[in-house]
Design a protein around this ligand. Sequence first.
Ligand code: GLU
Length: 280
Amino acid sequence: MTTRFAPSPTGLLHLGTVHSALFAWKQARDAGGRFILRIEDIDTGRCLPEFETQILRDLEWLGLDWDGPVLRQSERMEVYNEFLHVLEEGNLVYPCFCTRKEIQAEIAAAPSAPHGPDGPLYPGTCKHLPWQEAKRRMEEGEPYALRLHMDRAVGMTGPLTFNDARFGEVTVDGLSCGDIVLCRKDTPSSYHLSVTVDDAMQFVTHVTRGEDLLHATSIHRILQTLFALPAPNYHHHGLLLDEDGQRLSKREKSMAIAALREDGLSPAEIRALAGFPDEE
Ligand code: GLU
């Protein structure tokens, strides 16, 4: 068994993410398997090396150890690009020139806007652009994103499911996610593309992560199938809540491990607060 913890260094490690880390670490260690650490830092505008350094320090201080080197997604853009080419060759992507503002305006003007798990779906403005026009605009240097042609992708994969230790056999619903972005000018790969590629290339057999990412797994199963990559097992765990039933991550600052440590809490106390008290 191989599990992984894949934080994005956009902030400090907090109790909610430590819960995820310990969840994956414990599964691997209990099974005598491998636990790997991957830094998901493709969004260079939001990820900071200082956060990465602090995350690694906090994990070590908490007593977690990992196998093999830490993989950094920002160093693997060429690999993601190769996979993107596979989709381009298969006519499964299209360039989208819309700005976020234009998309919002289009959605606001529409009589009804279908919603997906992450909000309103892309209305498809650029999906039907004549190829000559799209080509000309790309050649003229207009910034664009590449979107997955979701209906074509779903047509190619046919019906799919994935196995989740908590939710059982889950039916993949790609259409409800819409034409997701696979790369942008400023971020040459997306979370969905890189996580799918890396979980397979790092031979992760059990993907454990918070249930807030359950819907994303539909997208990952579709990409896995298009790339002929194996499907791992999944375990989307519950999220740590505070006394008021709010997600802890919403109070990120007060729950940062660095702050708790300064308050004098020990690693064992923090592990217990993150849902993993030491076994007697
Ligand atoms: N990098 C993602 C995050 O920090 C986690 C992705 C995953 O576990 O698949 O939210």
